[in-house]
Write a protein that binds this ligand. Structure first.
Ligand code: FAD
Length: 403
């Protein structure tokens, strides 16, 4: 009789589920500390290295990447943003945050950061990464010896990795958040009731800064990504069909909502991405149970209103990587014990800023004259009160000294 062969089994101190910015950063921190780990990723290497999403990275996050030898590509190629500009009531309102604070943002497309992190993890630091895995399942998270099983693309058999810790870094659509919720974690959710049409245009930037158009027809955003590519956003109904937005309608709305006295018209170009994002947030508390620790979008989603998600993912990843390394190399439990709380303080702060900023972007388009009035007062205050400007800059740049 022919018996089926047993599932191939592996062991590693840490399994990292997901090779986004969070998972790859945890992996690199562990490799630098001499800790073995296995990264499991459903996508191919090519797919994760070409998936465009974020672009705005805060200065503290770049400093932390640099301190760990992970910022060479970024520092060589990233743009610097020193100001943003609001446009409302047909006028331009530049907000020169570097002049106010001495601080700036880095602009580096997320897919380039992911490419750098994969290369460093797999090719330079010799890390184990398995692409194209399917049906990932987490097991025995309450025990001292959990495991993660999965199928590899192209083979029918399941494989298992036994480990001491699992880092759940599989983003908003992964499996590790559900595993944590099954073990009693709470999810808090917020829905903005609006959508954004997210666009990428093969067009140079039309201004040398980010532009926020706060217009009665809806919000519009202009975010330079590289000399050849600009990201645009247009507020739309949630769940809207991108097919409702032919090219001419898109550029007409962008020109209208971002138009202002003395401003050049936008430089138009071929649209290479067009999808509707429903604006919503969630937070999982606590971010850990037993031997499972979540990081990044797996634990908290923040709508791209304030460009914070990638920054939070990196913040979690530095804390988690260091805490796992301290536990596995020196038996020090403190980082893991305090991990969830240390992450969540910044998470809730950024969520609150996102809500505040949402009203600034969308309030004039609610059709409610009262909300339009308070939104315009909030906008004007940024340009008439140094105190209000300093508070905005601190949250926008993520530079508070305590969270
Ligand atoms: P992800 O990047 O989602 O990575 C998770 C990985 O896990 C993926 O590679 C996925 O394929 C893999 N995976 C999923 N399920 C499984 C599974 N079951 N098993 C194994 N692997 C799995 N943030 C900013 O800070 N600044 C910005 O300017 C900004 N702009 C944005 C613009 C847009 C249009 C969008 C959509 C997001 C933006 N964000 C921004 C948010 C940012 O992109 C995310 O917060 C960031 O990608 C989170 O990183 P992550 O590693 O947690 O998750």
């Amino acid at each position: 009789m022919h018996l089926p062969s047993p599932a191939p089994e592996f062991t590693a101190p840490v399994v990292i589920v997901g090779a986004g910015p969070a998972g790859l950063t945890v992996g690199n921190v562990l490799r630098a500390a001499g800790v073995e780990c296995v990264v499991l990723e459903t996508g191919t290497r090519e797919s994760i290295e070409t998936r465009p999403r974020a672009g705005v990275i805060e200065e503290w996050a770049v400093q932390a990447l640099r301190a760990r030898g992970l910022a060479d590509g970024l520092l060589a190629r990233a743009g610097l943003h020193t100001a943003c500009e609001f446009r409302f009531n047909g006028q331009r309102y530049p907000f020169p945050y570097q002049r106010l604070t001495g601080r700036h943002h880095f602009v580096y497309p997320q897919q380039l950061l992911v490419t750098d992190l994969v290369r460093e993890y797999a090719d330079v630091r010799g890390g184990d990464i398995r692409f194209g895995v399917r049906e990932v399942e987490l097991h025995d998270l309450d025990s001292a010896r959990p495991s993660v099983s999965y199928r590899r693309d192209g083979t029918g058999s399941r494989e298992v990795v036994h480990c001491a810790f699992v880092a759940g870094c599989d983003g908003a659509r992964g499996v590790s958040r559900a595993a944590l919720v099954d073990h009693g974690a709470r999810i808090s959710r917020h829905t903005y009731g609006i959508g954004w049409l997210a666009l990428l245009a093969e067009a140079p930037a039309s201004a040398d800064s980010v532009l926020f158009g706060c217009h009665p027809r809806g919000f519009a955003g202009h975010m330079p990504r590289s000399p050849e590519v600009t990201r645009y956003y247009l507020q739309c109904p949630p769940g809207d069909d991108p097919g409702n937005w032919p090219r001419d309608r898109i550029w007409e709305e962008l020109q209208e909502r971002l138009g202002a006295a003395g401003a050049d018209p936008l430089t138009e170009g071929r649209l290479t991405e067009k999808r509707v994002l429903d604006m919503h947030d969630y937070v999982v508390e606590p971010m850990a149970h037993g031997r499972l620790f979540l990081a990044g979008d797996a634990a908290h989603l923040v709508a791209p209103i304030a460009a914070k998600g990638l920054n939070l993912a990196l913040h979690d990843a530095f804390l988690l990587g260091d805490a796992l390394a301290a536990r596995l190399t020196g038996g020090d439990e403190r980082g893991l014990t305090g991990y969830s709380q240390a992450c969540l303080r910044r998470v809730w702060d950024y969520q609150e800023f996102s809500q505040w900023l949402s009203e600034l972007y969308h309030g004039t388009a609610t059709g409610d004259p009262f909300r339009a009035g308070t939104t315009l007062a909030r906008l004007r205050r940024l340009f008439t009160s140094e105190t209000a400007a300093a508070a905005f800059a601190e949250q926008y740049l993520g530079t508070a000294t305590h969270y």
